[in-house]
Design a protein around this ligand. Structure first.
Ligand SMILES: *Cc1c(COP(=O)(O)O)cnc(C)c1O
Length: 431
């Protein structure tokens, strides 16, 4: 595949202006806004397909499969689409497992990750005959052994090792350094395998790593892959069977198309081909963000344009709908739904939501086209870790989601009514 075909542009093939209005595939976003109301998330089926296809193509003939990390975006419609494309799923909770089953996946296509799997979750997924448990501690291994004995199903296990590499990503999403809460120290892996082999109801079969998220350089992957390759050979020399190698996710995307260089995905796959593939394991990939981030936007309306000390755009989306700027100081491009004319002056804006916290600020001092009350705008690259992290803080309804496919679109998660939200809570009769 030629590098050119992978070049990311802010609206690569799925979001573009036609007749002055931003469209998602063939649908005018303005018309969706009119019917659904704002704010809402909007996803492009086509963009999800094309991101998935990039990875599939780079896998080529290697014995490797994509287990989409559904925590990035777990809307059932998105999951069904990825299932149809042939994805397996990496789940991190009993709820995510249920969603995978709901869209037609089966146990053999599901990997269960995470540091704190409860016994209830272990039982649920064991009975679902999942492909693999990625185990992160000895107490967890003992718990799995116990539950597996009760259920009478031997549990296939991969050991998540912490290779102690710094992924050079945001502090809150770096997971592969010694001292991070994930995995077991790589130096203790052999000892761990020995202990695991003595347990009756678990079957250690593989190694797993995941060093962080939104990683933009291939160097940390290279370090981690080299450590893991060395480990696999050592373990085999020690008589252990290593059939599966789960290399996690973490592939970054260019959030700011003007200054971020796209993740060198061809180089990443060259590393897999050179370092991982020769180990002759079944390779498991767990990309999340890479597949869905650029396929989604968050559409919002300007409530007030307030100019005093600074120009402030108060919009109807808030930190409860998209928390990435607040949580990770993340950057999202902001574009007008109605294309601004080139002779229109730019203004310097702070863009904020209505929530009663200063942290509810999407950006400060951003140069944008001038907006008026009632104008629509979109945050780009919001398809991953957007809707899934939304809450009802300030008793704001959970933000709805819409999926576009060609000229079709459908609401795939509805905005709850105030009544539905309020009815979930109960006032005890002794009050
Ligand atoms: C979050 C996570 C992923 C996906 O990470 P992305 O950065 O979205 O690709 C994969 N595997 C595990 C274990 C994770 O926790």
């Amino acid at each position: 595949m030629r590098a050119q075909s992978l070049v990311h542009s802010p609206m690569a093939n799925s979001f573009s202006y036609h007749n002055g209005w931003l469209h998602c595939e063939e649908v005018n976003i303005k018309s969706i806004a009119k019917q659904v109301g704002t704010p809402f998330y909007l996803y492009s089926t086509r963009k999800i397909s094309s991101q998935f296809a990039i990875i599939k193509q780079l896998i080529g003939s290697m014995d490797a499969r994509i287990y989409y990390a559904m925590k990035a975006n777990s809307n059932l419609a998105v999951l069904r689409h990825l299932h149809n494309l042939g994805a397996g799923f990496d789940v991190v909770s009993g709820g995510e497992f249920q969603k995978a089953i709901k869209v037609g996946s089966n146990g053999s296509s599901i990997i269960f990750s995470g540091v704190g799997k409860t016994k209830d979750e272990l039982e649920l997924t064991l009975k679902g005959n999942i492909k693999q448990f990625n185990i992160e501690s000895f107490p967890e291994l003992l718990a799995l052994n116990e539950v597996a004995g009760q259920v009478g199903i031997r549990a296939p296990v991969s050991i998540r090792v912490n290779p102690d590499v710094d992924a050079n990503t945001h502090e809150k999403i770096s997971t592969g350094r010694a001292g991070d809460k994930f995995g077991i120290p790589i130096l203790r892996a052999a000892e761990f395998f020995q202990l695991a082999n003595q347990l009756e109801w678990v079957e250690p079969k593989g190694i797993d790593i995941h060093i962080g998220s939104q990683i933009t350089s291939v160097d940390p992957f290279k370090k981690a892959f080299n450590s893991v390759a060395k480990l696999v050979m050592e373990l085999r020399q020690g008589g252990h069977v290593i059939d599966f190698l789960d290399i996690g996710g973490g592939l970054g995307i260019p959030y700011n198309h003007e200054c971020d260089t796209p993740f060198a995905i061809e180089e990443y796959f060259k590393l897999i081909r050179d370092i991982i593939n020769p180990l002759d394991c079944e390779i498991e990939l767990e990309p999340g963000r890479f597949i869905v981030a650029e396929a989604g936007v968050l559409v919002s309306e300007v409530i007030y344009e307030k100019s005093a000390e600074r120009n402030i755009l108060i919009i109807d989306a808030a930190m409860n709908d998209l928390i990435r700027p607040t949580l990770y100081s993340a950057y999202h491009p902001i574009v007008a739904i109605k294309k601004s004319s080139t002779d229109q002056p730019l203004r310097i804006y702070d863009v904020v939501g209505p929530v009663c916290e200063t942290g509810d600020t999407f950006t400060r001092g951003r140069e944008l086209p001038s907006f008026n009350n009632g104008d629509l705008l979109a945050f780009l690259n919001a398809g991953a870790y957007g809707a899934v992290m939304a809450s009802e803080y300030n008793t704001r309804p959970l933000v709805p989601e819409v999926l576009v496919g060609g000229s079709h679109w459908q609401v795939v998660r509805e905005r709850p009514s105030f009544q539905a939200m309020i009815e979930r809570e109960k006032i005890p009769d002794w009050l």
